[in-house]
Design a protein around this ligand. Structure first.
Ligand code: FAD
Length: 511
């Protein structure tokens, strides 16, 4: 041991979000004898470690957990909904913090809302938990061809605890979906028709909703694994590579400022779409595609109210037991190649919202519509890492080069037309026009360490998420996704992490 760290483990994992936790879970299940050290730069903010902050009943404690996740951005004002973001300028969502001014748009349109979370559980302690499967061109062809992709996605759903029935008691969900179906389903395959959104949310027997965070992904298999240890407030500053092999990580204990080396047979970096390539770059691991093919999902939002329900008896909504229930039902309009948007349709909180004094709103009848757009992939949309400047953790400063193409702009215009049509199908539209969120607001940064079938200079990792040319170094996160997607990416990233973890489990057994 040196300080609180072991000198050597079998597997060192950087990052405690859903994808790092998926590695820990699969390794705990499939290779229980391996010693695992997970390091996380942020503090533990919830119980069990990595739990979603929405599950914290006390509002003050919940707000404190969100602030503790905001790393160097703590104290900045935040905005608590996509709608507020659309209208509120450059401010982060609670639990997240933004890249510094100037760095988010080194060239092109930039990603003004590029954000991160620094806490045990990562963004997975703050997310909305929508877990759709990718469809059509969103899917990774070389994993699909073998039938493997769906098996991995099923495993991802198991780890994340995905359900489609948590909001069954919410009023008007079926009515809403039937109206959306009438507007879009004609000619669609059954899997691409309007349906309940798969969510990493379940309802406990006492009626309380529980949002899955990394705690659920880790599960008891990881927590009860005597060979697994989580070190919070620990910054990984370098992956150590010797003779083309990853052999450990260098860490800094943020409580004492001291640095240590943890030797490892395998290293996993799952430090988010911005900081995973940053750590590789800081370690001198700089393949051509590192930081490139950055892509995010432009987002358009609109609001509507379900009409024609004055005589409908509102079903009793199961109590939310004090949890922060942002929505009382989420419906899904899946992506298709013909309509390259992914629709997330949220019925707002079931508690009555006064629109006007003489116009009380029926619970569940206000609907927030959001369409995420797939982006053209471009090599020059990229993160640049500074040789001199550092971020607030002392790692290379990240600067963003990012531009929409003509086609991207056309897709966004189509999405605006489509969202108005969906709003009209729901009932009465509540906005004059749709809002486009500032770029980066979807929080789905992909491609920066993309997976490829072969090492052709256009990818960073192999189909098992191992970095080309650095044996034993595996990556996790949305950064690994190689396709242009519109659907929420976490399920796909967790599925890819499952494959990487299995590869380590089978190799590590051979000493
Ligand atoms: P993260 O969860 O970001 O975790 C990475 C971790 O690595 C962080 O905890 C970070 O502190 C740590 N780290 C970084 N660098 C270092 C270092 N050098 N040393 C040590 N630790 C380090 N996705 C969906 O699919 N569906 C949704 O509905 C959805 N809604 C969202 C809503 C909100 C408000 C937010 C904030 C996010 C949402 N997301 C959603 C995105 C989702 O949370 C992320 O896709 C997911 O958390 C990514 O998991 P990850 O493990 O790759 O990264």
């Amino acid at each position: 041991m040196s300080g609180r760290y072991p000198d050597a483990v079998d597997v060192a994992i950087v990052g405690s979000g859903p994808t790092g936790s998926a590695y820990a879970r699969i390794l705990s299940e499939e290779a229980p004898g391996l010693t695992i050290a997970m390091v996380e730069v942020g503090p533990t903010v919830s119980e069990p470690a990595g739990a979603h902050v929405k599950n914290i009943v006390d509002a003050d404690l919940r707000a404190a957990a969100q602030r503790s996740s905001e790393g160097p951005g703590v104290g900045e004002a935040t905005l608590n909904s996509p709608r507020a973001v659309a209208q509120g300028g450059r401010r982060a969502r609670p639990g997240t913090y933004l890249l510094p001014d100037g760095d988010f748009a080194a060239s092109g349109d930039g990603l003004p809302m590029a954000a991160m979370s620094s806490n045990v559980g990562g963004m997975g302690a703050h997310w909305t938990a929508a877990c759709p499967r990718p469809g059509a061109s969103e899917r990774i062809a070389f994993l699909d061809a073998t039938g493997e992709l769906d098996e991995l996605l099923s495993e991802g759903e198991r780890l994340l605890g995905v359900t489609t029935h948590a909001f069954d008691g919410a009023p008007f969900g079926d009515l809403l979906r039937s109206r959306l179906s009438a507007a879009v389903d004609a000619g669609r395959a059954p899997s691409a028709r309007v349906q309940r959104m798969p969510l990493a949310v379940h309802r406990r027997e006492d009626g309380r909703l529980v949002w899955s965070g990394s705690d659920v992904v880790m599960g008891d298999a990881t927590r009860d694994n005597p060979e697994f240890t989580l070190f919070d407030e620990t910054l990984a500053t370098r992956v150590i590579v010797e003779d083309g092999h990853a052999v450990g990580i260098e860490v800094r204990d943020l409580r004492t400022g001291e640095s240590h080396e943890v030797r490892a047979r395998y290293v996993v970096v799952a430090a988010d779409g911005l900081r995973t390539p940053q750590l590789l770059w800081a370690s001198g691991i700089r393949p051509d595609a590192l930081g490139r093919y950055l892509n995010d999902q432009s987002q358009v939002v609109f609001a509507a109210r379900i009409t024609g329900i004055d005589d409908v008896e509102v079903a009793e909504v199961p109590g939310t037991g004090g949890t922060l229930s942002e929505s009382s039902g989420v419906s899904w309009v899946p992506f298709t190649d013909e309509m390259p948007f992914h629709g997330q349709i949220m019925q707002l909180d079931a508690s009555p919202i006064p629109l006007a004094d003489d116009d009380p709103v029926v619970p569940g009848s206000i609907v927030g519509l959001g369409l995420f757009c797939a982006k053209d992939l471009q090599r020059d949309d990229r993160l640049e890492f500074s040789e001199e400047a550092t971020d607030s953790y002392g790692l290379p400063a990240i600067r963003v080069h990012y531009s929409l193409t003509e086609r991207d702009r056309a897709v966004i215009e189509r999405a605006k037309e489509e969202i108005v049509a969906l709003g009209r199908a729901v009932g009465q539209t509540l906005d004059d026009k749709p809002f486009q969120l500032p770029l980066g607001a979807s929080l789905h940064y992909q491609g920066t360490t993309r997976m490829g079938e072969r090492d052709d200079g256009e990818s960073v990792v192999s189909p098992t998420s191992e970095v080309w040319g650095v044996e034993g170094l595996y990556l996790g996160g949305n950064n690994v996704i190689p396709t242009s997607t519109a659907c929420n990416p976490t399920l796909t990233s967790v599925a890819l992490a499952v494959k990487g973890a299995r590869a380590i489990a089978s190799r590590a057994a051979i000493r």
